[in-house]
Design a protein around this ligand. Sequence first.
Ligand code: ATP
Length: 228
Amino acid sequence: MTPAGSLLAAHGLRKAYGPTTALDDAEFSIHPGEVVAVMGPSGSGKSTLLHCLAGIVRPDAGEISYNGRSLTSMTDTGLSALRRSEFGFVFQFGQLVPELTCVENVALPLRLNGAKRKDAERTALSWMERLEVDDVRAKRPGEVSGGQGQRVAVARALATSPRVVFADEPTGALDSLNGERVMELLTDAARSTNAAVVLVTHETRVAAYSDREIVVRDGKSRDMERLV
Ligand SMILES: Nc1ncnc2c1ncn2[C@@H]1O[C@H](COP(=O)(O)OP(=O)(O)OP(=O)(O)O)[C@@H](O)[C@H]1O
């Protein structure tokens, strides 16, 4: 059931939290280098879908395949290794480590993957230059603006050269100018490295940066192209 050439695909996903159905027969697929926006009203299941696709939440039923492997039958250890090496994450509030400088934050996933400090910080800095935040390298997250912090978070997500970047409302806490700049930099960087981006947003202005839109309603997801 995996669409031909897709990197990450889900079929028949169901997830309930007690009496609340978050996902109800959701479908998803994304190709390498593709940016897909997951849209829909509040509470429709967008974040739950992203968390299942990223191997953070296990669905109650359904199948998820990543690069020919079944995510749903992987152990927790396998999933966390996969997340560390192949996936990058950007959340609404950057979630940077407050005690570390910005460059140390960007270098952190590389260090966790075994890179030496100097090498990790060199790579981190080159990503910070690309995201136009190298000037805040020595500052701590509490000392930078929201837009700068979010760009540092994008640099951190891309530093390990992930094959999929999961972005959950990455511009939700930013004004529209800063939000557009973050989206521009995120999608340019992802396209240049052929990383796929799963972008959860409820803003059409943000979804405009995607190649394709999927709408989630009451836990069911549908490709926009098939709706119109
Ligand atoms: N950990 C949880 N425990 C209980 N219920 C949850 C949990 N996570 C999500 N839900 C419920 O599942 C449904 C889908 O939530 P989800 O966060 O996926 O929606 P969303 O579309 O991302 O919403 P929003 O746009 O407001 O962030 C909602 O009814 C929510 O209250």
